[in-house]
Design a protein around this ligand. Structure first.
Ligand code: BGP
Length: 475
């Protein structure tokens, strides 16, 4: 067993604007798709924001960022991943000029991080496309959105590029296959969306990502732009070669994204899939050269769980709470939301990605969503705490596997836990699905003081960071 992490390894946490900021109509912000998604990914959008949408206020990071960053600093974070709300910068997505008030907000966030010596890692688009882009352009289905994203990217790199080294283009880009509205801003309901339009939208995102990489490197060659994928090992349910093949096929549907991001062209299996499914993409020569010449500097991914795949339709039961689909694994326990817990899968996927792409990897999300109980405690600095040993066990077990992958020779830049502070869930829009080291007093019915409390895991993570992983429990 090894718990050695490379020198300069970045430790921290990750959030997304729509899940923490709130202030959905302040500072000149336009509406984003999240403002009309009160119930998460699997339910239809509403016509306009409704009061039951917890994201409208979220945890009020917009006003409390300084206090929250202070707490991250207390844990010793060397990196904080957050996203910029595109609709704060371009309220309608296609405005001629950016919104200065929105830009100034992120200046202030960056000032605060700088003050604490925390490196920012920015996601440019984390499930929060401006609503107007969804309604007017059908999101990424339209080629015009590439130009809108380029304009947005240029503004961000020019404004912040000198102080932000690490950038991610699209959060969990492969999730568009399952959540086209949330992930791709595609307003056409999923059951009416053609495969050609879906893959054309994906193509536009891939081109826009390459184009953003080009712009970043032109502005400052030291900027590092990464892609971001939902990472999930897909095991064959049995050793039957038909199951192994089914698992390979399911894996390909996700790997295609980073294959293009890192290699600059569509792999043969994707071309075959397009051919056999009547998908005819509009790909220009300029698209081809952008993809080929501006591949990503690193690959980042989220990791929560693994799944199985089978060729046998009678065994194809969907796992509960599972975003990308797949069959449950009989060997693994699950979280309260049915996400199957598999620390070894993280080592496997780190090895797979490193062997396949040879690019540095960044684990930018990992964590356990659980129901927490705030209890009074005389020893706690805040008078109350959460005894979240289950979260400590989860994170400890995953970090041990990261160290194993490092020992396997995988280059890992850093690790940010998902939701270092409780936030609104992306899939279910609940606050009771808590991930944080910091408890936020807000409930699913919107009540609560929004006060922050350090959980037991807060001290645990501080110790892990302070010892560079040496304090991790083995076994
Ligand atoms: C990822 C998203 C995050 C985050 C996380 C946890 O898919 O990138 O935005 O929310 O999953 O998921 P959930 O909030 O559904 O528990």
């Amino acid at each position: 067993m090894s718990t050695t992490f490379p020198p300069g390894f970045l430790w921290g946490g990750a959030t997304a604007a729509n899940q923490v900021e709130g202030a959905y109509a302040e500072g000149g912000k336009g509406l984003s798709i999240q403002d009309v998604m009160p119930n998460g990914i699997m339910t239809p959008r509403t016509a306009e924001p409704t009061p039951d949408n917890l994201k409208l206020e979220a945890i009020d990071f917009y006003h409390r960022y300084a206090q929250d960053i202070e707490l991250f600093a207390e844990m010793g974070f060397s990196v904080y991943r957050f996203s910029i709300a595109w609709s704060r910068i371009f309220p309608n997505g296609d405005d001629a000029e950016p919104n200065e008030e929105g830009l100034a907000f992120y200046d202030r966030v960056l000032d605060e991080l700088e003050r604490h010596g925390i490196e920012p890692l920015i996601t440019m688009s984390h499930y929060e496309t401006p609503l107007a882009i969804a309604e007017k352009y059908d999101g990424w289905v339209s080629r015009e959105v590439i130009g809108l994203f380029e304009r947005y990217a240029r503004v961000l790199f020019e404004r912040y590029g000198h102080r932000v080294k690490y950038w991610l283009t699209f959060n969990e880009i492969n999730s568009v296959l399952h959540a086209p509205f949330m992930s791709g801003g595609i307003n056409t309901p999923k059951d009416r969306l053609s495969a050609t339009d879906l893959y054309q939208a994906i193509h536009h995102e891939l081109v826009a990502s390459a184009s953003a990489t080009r712009i970043a490197h032109e502005i400052d060659p030291d900027i590092k732009v990464g892609c971001m994928v939902l990472g999930m090992p897909i095991y064959p349910l049995t050793p039957d070669p038909a199951d192994v093949l089914a698992a390979m096929g399911a894996d390909h549907s996700n790997l295609m994204f980073s294959d293009v991001h890192t290699r600059g062209r569509y792999p043969g299996y994707a071309l075959r899939f397009f051919r056999e499914n009547g998908i005819e993409l509009q790909i220009t020569d300029e698209d081809r050269s952008l993809l080929a010449e501006h591949t990503v500097d690193f690959v980042s991914f989220s990791y929560y769980m693994s799944v199985c795949e089978t060729a046998d339709p009678s065994k194809k039961v969907a796992g509960r709470g599972n975003i990308l689909g797949g069959v449950p694994n009989p060997y693994l326990p699950a979280s309260e939301w049915g996400w199957q817990i598999d620390p070894v899968g993280l080592r496997l996927i780190l090895n797979q990605f490193w062997d396949r792409w040879g690019k540095p990897l960044f684990i930018v999300e990992n964590g356990l969503g659980a129901k927490d109980q705030l209890v009074e405690s005389a020893d706690a600095v805040d008078g109350f705490t959460v005894l979240d040993d289950y979260r400590i066990d989860y994170l400890n077990a995953h970090l041990v596997q990261v160290a194993e992958a490092v020992a396997d020779g995988v280059e890992v830049l850093g690790y940010t836990t998902w939701g270092p502070i409780d936030l609104v869930s992306a899939s279910t829009a609940e606050l009771s699905k808590r991930y944080g080291f910091i408890y936020v007093d807000r409930d699913d019915d919107g009540t609560g003081t929004l006060a922050r409390y350090r959980k037991k895991s807060f001290d645990w993570y501080r110790e892990v960071i302070a010892t560079g992983g040496a304090s991790l429990r083995q076994g």
